[in-house]
Design a protein around this ligand. Structure first.
Ligand code: HEC
Length: 193
């Protein structure tokens, strides 16, 4: 098979697979069934992280090592692969476009993309706690008149690629990330009403 098509196939399979798991959790594990929202968030976190790690290690890194295709911020224009952060965000966007049973996104106090900054003072405060103590911070919040459970999980620099790319990126406001630093947070929102 033509390699670029194979790449597109793998990416599509991961996005669709993540969406199906997300739909299942969203449809069957609403807090009303008695499962605590934190448990639902932990399940989601495990699935999202497993997909992201697999994508980074077995798609992006392998494709780059085999010189087939690289990951790029401008992946649509350059016919490249989305970066791991973009993979996560695109999958989140595809998920539940109509009903939005839950949401997730990567956020940071030092974002390359300003859209990934905290959107409120409270969110900023919670993210600061995550960075300071390295623990999950959970809370409830209103968005567009709807009550959500919110958990922010620490997002660590687990590989050299994380720090070398962010430290060198022209739009990065922070250039001294070290291995295992908390670079930001994965925020998961689950509707309670
Ligand atoms: C090849 C470059 C590259 C690599 C490798 C990379 N990132 Fe990023 N990362 C980016 C770019 C570019 C964005 C902004 C994407 C967007 O437009 O939303 C980003 C976004 C993020 C964000 C959201 C905040 C922000 O900066 O906009 C976090 C958190 C993050 N990355 C953490 C990581 C972690 C942890 C790793 C390693 C597991 C990693 N990144 C690997 C380039 C990279």
């Amino acid at each position: 098979m033509n390699k670029p098509y194979a790449v597109v196939g793998v990416v599509a399979a991961l996005v669709v697979g993540g969406g199906i798991v997300g739909w299942f959790l969203g449809a069957h594990m609403r807090p009303t069934t008695g499962i605590p929202p934190r448990t639902v968030a932990d399940y989601l976190h495990a699935v999202i992280e497993a997909d992201r790690t697999f994508y980074t290690q077995h798609v992006v890194e392998r494709m780059e090592a085999m010189l087939i295709v690289t990951a790029s911020e401008r992946w649509r224009e350059e016919q490249a692969l989305p970066l791991p952060a973009q993979f996560l965000q695109e999958a989140s966007r595809n998920l539940g476009l109509e009903q939005r049973p839950f949401r997730y996104r990567l956020i940071s106090l030092w974002p390359i993309n300003p859209k990934n900054a905290p959107e409120s003072e409270r969110e900023r405060h919670d993210l600061e706690q995550v960075v300071k103590y390295g623990e999950v911070v959970e809370n409830t919040t209103h968005i567009d008149g709807r009550l959500y459970f919110r958990a922010i999980y620490p997002d660590r620099a687990v590989s050299r690629a994380c720090i070398s790319c962010h430290n060198a990126h022209e739009r990065s406001p922070k250039r001294d990330f070290k291995l295992n630093d908390i670079m930001g947070g994965l925020e998961i929102l689950i509707p309670l009403s």
